[in-house]
Design a protein around this ligand. Structure first.
Ligand code: ADP
Ligand code: AMP
Length: 215
């Protein structure tokens, strides 16, 4: 299974990815997570990316594409992958097409998670992530049963630096102008599926898995 989760910040891509990658036994490739990992490790790429991330802007295409191309060549992608947060521009989508044709594979489906815009800021601002295992929670909509600790591994939960109301609003604007055109891009290729992301987490998961199995 080679798939992409599309959707605005806070749509639920990371949350859904946790379930989908388990179901299909494929790696979860989140470019946001890769940048955050690089930042934590203090790499040059991480330091460069931070400048953009904290302003709610996109990291330049050439940096993202090189990082993803490298990742897709990894052996664990041989039977598929789930891309989350990439591509985010038409240039990135075109570059991905080139990379995939070089490897000799194609995308099975692109799932667009649609969410009522009013919910997005609330979802992102209330998001909490486990420092240890990366699991995602929400203070109101999906709280950890262990409060400020992760219910899966007891790691402490943190709030992303870019999950402030101001930065999230900027990220949604950037999504609308830069990423939304990809809905059309993949629809024209005949591989787009649209899922109602306003539903509870488990219902959205069931719907996405069903859609992916239709392939
Ligand atoms: P994205 O990766 O698209 O930015 P996340 O998966 O991190 O979004 O989800 C954003 C926040 O919304 C998280 O705190 C998550 O727990 C919560 N969330 C995700 N899906 C739902 C849903 N269907 N209903 C309610 N809250 C959700
Ligand atoms: P995310 O974790 O997907 O919400 O991404 C967090 C931030 O990382 C974004 O706001 C961007 O600054 C950066 N980022 C992640 N993926 C990409 C991408 N494909 N292209 C450009 N910037 C990205």
């Amino acid at each position: 299974m080679r798939t992409i989760l599309l959707g605005p910040p806070g749509a639920g891509k990371g949350t859904q990815a946790e379930t989908i990658v388990r179901e299909f036994n494929i790696p979860h490739i989140s470019t946001g997570d890769m940048f955050r990992y690089n930042l934590k490790q203090g790499t040059e790429l991480g330091v460069k990316a931070k400048e953009y991330m904290n302003k709610g802007l996109l990291v330049p295409d050439e940096l993202v594409v090189a990082m993803v191309e490298d990742r897709l060549k990894n052996e664990d992608c041989a039977n598929g992958f789930l891309l989350d947060g990439f591509p985010r521009t038409v240039i990135q989508a075109e570059a991905l097409d080139v990379v995939l044709s070089k490897i000799g594979v194609h995308l099975n489906k692109v799932v667009n998670i649609e969410v009522n815009p009013e919910l997005l800021v609330k979802r992102a601002v209330g998001r909490r992530i486990c420092k240890e295992c990366g699991a995602t929670f929400h203070v109101d909509f999906n709280p950890s049963s262990k409060g400020s600790e992760c219910e899966k591994c007891s790691g402490s939960l943190y709030q992303r630096d870019d999950d402030t109301e101001e930065t999230v609003s900027k990220r949604i604007q950037v999504y609308t102008s830069e990423t939304q055109p990809l809905i059309d891009y993949y629809d024209k290729k005949g591989i787009l599926a649209v899922v109602d992301g306003d539903q509870p987490i488990n219902i959205v998961s069931e719907t996405i898995i069903k859609v992916l199995k239709e392939d």
